[in-house]
Design a protein around this ligand. Structure first.
Ligand code: SF4
Length: 503
């Protein structure tokens, strides 16, 4: 593919967008997403940062994404360039990345490499852009990113980005970094010492919402808005639990609805615990009543009732999706997940009552304390549910995250997880659809989620050596990466200050 074809592809996408922002400004920021366009543009946090940077009096953001076909960029020697002005990201003074989770680190490295920007901060010169990293990954463990970042903003960046832009307009990079090394919520590798607690934006910044509507996303032309942030529950494996940033914060239905643009035909309500919002039905009623389709990112099984599921069916739902997470009620109790069998049976009945096509449950295997009997229990219970409504299970291996009480819990092991997946599939064959995630890639995610700087350097080695599972295994071994074993901490305390910088 020629350079011209690559540019035409991006132009075509931009033509199909509504809400693209253009602005002349003293400070231009390349706002990058280390996955392809369709994924990045489905990220509410990424879209929110795009708008926030534009709101600053002296700054403008231009978007860039990991190309779908990086080989074409390499062959044609095309640098990653922005959607708005087709400028290579290496020409910007600031290149900001939003990283969602550990397995996006190779995409981040790829974008820098395609742009001729050295990955390691210590190899960059004042001629290179300043590399700023934020995004959901910073809520748990951003330390593997520290060899590559000049500055990391942890947690909610809606306010801190404005402080950063103020400083970047006037200060030299070295001066800026030494100042931000002491700012709460900011981490400057090599200068900050320990990780600070994550940042919390003021409630007046809520709700986060889409800036650009386009059909070219995984959520196809859906306007996203956040009626609540955080969660008031305490599942011990979850980064978004009640101890993170003060738990759940609510936005009034009136405020949420006031932001929904007239032209939006599909509205997605996004948040860690949307159905825990005490007035969520008012929002859903208004959206569905205006003839729009609705989507909710987090349906809690204990919040489902006839009225809500009826509204969802009217709003275009065909599959009712909720999370069970633990293989059995015994395991769920161990991790403080309050979902009971009764809740899930009721969800299946609601699927049947409202003539939806199926119930989809998210499950996790490999939680601490789980045994083969729990997997058998999941088989038994799934068959019971499937007699009420067609059922799909989306099954992921448990990966312990920092900043949770289960931080430091071991990964069960690839073979053991694969054996459990096989047992599950065999027990449900022909009666329940089972979609397992890869145990191997969950192990890689685990090594990064529990690792320090050496894990980040291992990610760089693995990516340079082709990114196969064997390359990752070799890289962790060569860098002597061993997962850090933290002591689980009681509810209410965050454990970030105990994080060592090398595993
Ligand atoms: S898993 Fe869900 S319900 Fe549990 S704490 Fe996290 S966001 Fe809340």
């Amino acid at each position: 593919m020629s350079v011209w074809n690559l540019i035409s592809q991006i132009r075509e996408r931009v033509r199909e967008e509504e809400g693209t922002l253009y602005k002349q400004a003293s400070l231009r920021v390349a706002l990058c997403y280390p996955s392809p366009y369709s994924i990045g543009m489905s990220s509410l946090g990424y879209q929110t940062m795009y708008r926030e940077i534009h709101l600053h009096r002296g700054a403008a953001a231009e978007r860039a994404f990991l190309p779908e076909d990086t080989e074409e960029y390499r062959k044609s020697r095309t640098a990653v360039f922005t959607c708005e002005t087709e400028t290579p990201i290496s020409n910007f003074p600031v290149v900001a990345f939003s990283v969602s989770y550990e397995l996006e680190i190779p995409g981040f490295l790829e974008m820098l490499d395609l742009s001729g920007i050295p990955a390691l901060a210590r190899e960059r010169t004042p001629e290179h852009p300043l590399i700023l990293i934020g995004g959901p990954l910073t809520n748990s463990n951003p330390v593997p990113l520290s060899p590559f970042a000049d500055l990391i903003i942890l947690g909610e960046a809606e306010e801190l980005i404005h402080n950063f832009l103020d400083a970047a307009l006037t200060a030299k990079p070295a001066e800026l970094l030494s100042c931000f090394a002491r700012v709460p919520g900011c981490y400057v590798p090599g200068l900050s010492g320990t990780l600070p607690p994550i940042a919390r934006a003021g409630d007046d910044r809520l709700p986060a919402r889409s800036q650009i509507l386009t059909k070219n996303t995984v959520l196809s032309a859906m306007f996203l808005i956040e009626p609540e942030r955080g969660c008031s529950r305490g599942c011990t494996y979850c980064v978004m639990r009640r101890t993170t940033n003060g738990g759940m914060r609510l936005v009034s239905p009136e405020r949420v609805l006031s932001y929904v643009p007239a032209e939006a035909r599909r509205v997605g309500l996004v948040g860690a615990a949307v159905t825990d919002h005490p007035r969520i039905k008012e929002v859903v009623h208004a959206i569905v009543g205006s003839g729009r389709e609705v989507g909710i990112s987090s349906l809690r099984a204990d919040r489902l009732d006839g009225e809500l599921v009826g509204l969802l069916a009217r709003g275009g739902y065909r599959t009712l999706t909720t999370a069970s997470d633990g293989a059995s009620e015994r395991v769920r109790n161990l991790v403080d997940r309050k979902t009971t069998e009764e809740h899930l049976i009721r969800a299946a009945r609601l699927v049947r009552m409202h003539k939806l096509q199926r119930l989809k449950l998210y499950e996790m295997v490999g939680l601490p304390g789980e045994t083969a009997e729990d997997i058998d229990e999941l088989v038994r219970f799934s068959l019971e549910v499937a007699r009420i409504a067609p059922l799909s299970l989306s099954v992921s291996p448990f990966v312990a995250k920092r900043n949770t009480p289960l931080d430091g819990a071991p990964f069960e092991g690839v073979r053991s997880i694969e054996a459990k997946m096989t047992r599950l599939r065999a027990g449900l064959k022909g009666r329940v659809e089972v979609r397992p995630s890869s145990a191997r890639w969950a192990w890689v995610e685990y090594m990064l989620s529990q690792g320090g700087e050496a894990a980040g350097l291992a990610a760089m080695d693995a990516w340079r050596n082709g990114g196969s599972f064997a390359a990752w295994k070799r890289a962790f071994k060569n860098r002597d990466v061993k997962p850090f074993r933290a002591r689980p901490v009681p509810d209410g305390r965050r454990n970030a200050p105990t994080i060592p910088f090398m595993p």
